[in-house]
Each structure stands twice: as structure tokens, then as C-alpha cells.
Design a protein. Structure first.
Length: 202
């Protein structure tokens, strides 16, 4: 019960100010507890967020890891949409840099990423972080587009079908001239703009 009060109080405080500006005293006042009670459970306001993030990751793994790879991504989107307010706070707080990557760490999704990237870390990160940016933009906008639309036309679903990652890999292997690398970067930016959430239609 006390942990729940602390979490609710922190969420209320986060509506008004950044987590870096929230003091333990103000948090305790909001939760109507004393400081010693807070420190019985947590060392800081950041620890509250970290614990909640790990619980969400555990819940994602428990609910979705057994899903077929064909539906795992859309099931993940549905989970994020159902918990969009909480997920948005986690993204905004940025307490743990690994949290966004853990969201897409399902075995079924990771296997697809490895297959598409041919285990190349550059291409894998290219797809991974592009997907995360699209998901975060979608959540920030209130998940207006349906999960089906994002799954069908979103970055993770479409990017593996495009030649750009292969082109970029060749550039990284120094097989291209500087002019071709520059052209590749411009092509990449056009693709990012085209497949942004604003262009996704239901």
C-alpha cells in the first residue's frame, strides 16, 4: 500500500515538473508519508521509476514472449497503447537508457531483427532505434493511429523491405564514395520523414 502511494504521488508530481526537480520532501508530502518511510522502500525518486520499468518489462515478457512472431509486434503495440500514460512517463524521465531497448527485446522480435540485419550490429541498431523513435512519437501523440496501422506501415514493419539498410552497410564497408554516402544519408532522411507517424493512415 505504501509503495502504491509513493508511485501515485510521483506520477502526480511528474505532471507538474521534471523528475530531476522533484525532491524527496515534496514527494513525501504528496504521498502523506514521512521521509524515513520513503527510504524504507526506495533510495531516490529514480529508484521508483526503475522498479516500475522493470515490472513493466517483466509483464511484457510474461504476456508476449510466447506470441507467434507474426503477431508479436502488434501485441506489443496493443500493450503499450493500453498503458500509454505510464510508458510515456518512462520515456520522458529517461532514467534508464536501456528501458526503450528492453521494450523491443522480445525473443520473437529480436530474432526478426537479427535475421533482417544478418547479425550486423550497425543495421540492427539502425532498424531498432528507428522503430523506437517511431513508437515514442506514436505514444507522445496519444496513440491516435491504430496498432494495425502502425504494424502495417510502421518503421519496423517496412524498413526491412527497403534497400536502404544494405546500401548503408556498403557505405560503412567503405565501398562507396563520399558522394554516394551523402546521397544515402539524404535518402535515409526522406524515408524517415515518409514513414513518420504523421504519414501513417488507418
Amino acid at each position: 500500500m505504501t509503495k502504491k502511494l509513493i508511485r501515485l504521488a510521483l506520477f502526480e508530481c511528474l505532471k507538474e515538473k521534471d523528475i530531476n526537480k522533484i525532491t524527496i520532501s515534496s514527494l513525501c508530502e504528496k504521498a502523506d508519508i514521512n521521509r524515513s518511510t520513503f527510504y524504507k522502500y526506495y533510495g531516490s525518486q529514480y529508484d521508483v521509476i526503475k522498479e516500475m520499468e522493470q515490472e513493466v518489462i517483466q509483464l511484457i515478457n510474461e504476456q508476449l514472449n510466447d506470441q507467434p512472431k507474426e503477431t508479436s509486434f502488434i501485441q506489443l503495440l496493443q500493450f503499450l497503447k493500453s498503458n500509454k500514460e505510464t510508458i510515456k512517463i518512462f520515456f520522458e524521465c529517461n532514467v534508464d537508457n536501456e528501458f526503450p531497448k528492453q521494450v523491443l527485446a522480445l525473443d520473437s522480435i529480436n530474432n526478426q531483427l537479427e535475421q533482417v540485419s544478418q547479425n550486423d550490429p550497425y543495421i540492427k541498431n539502425y532498424i531498432l532505434f528507428g522503430s523506437l523513435a517511431t513508437i515514442q512519437q506514436w505514444i507522445d501523440a496519444g496513440c491516435i493511429e491504430s496498432c494495425e496501422a502502425l504494424n502495417k506501415q510502421g518503421f519496423l514493419a517496412v524498413l526491412p523491405l527497403l534497400p536502404c539498410p544494405v546500401t548503408l552497410k556498403k557505405a560503412m564497408d567503405k565501398k562507396f564514395t563520399c558522394q554516394n554516402i551523402e546521397r544515402t544519408i539524404h535518402q535515409l532522411m526522406r524515408l524517415i520523414n515518409y514513414f513518420s507517424v504523421d504519414n501513417i493512415k488507418e
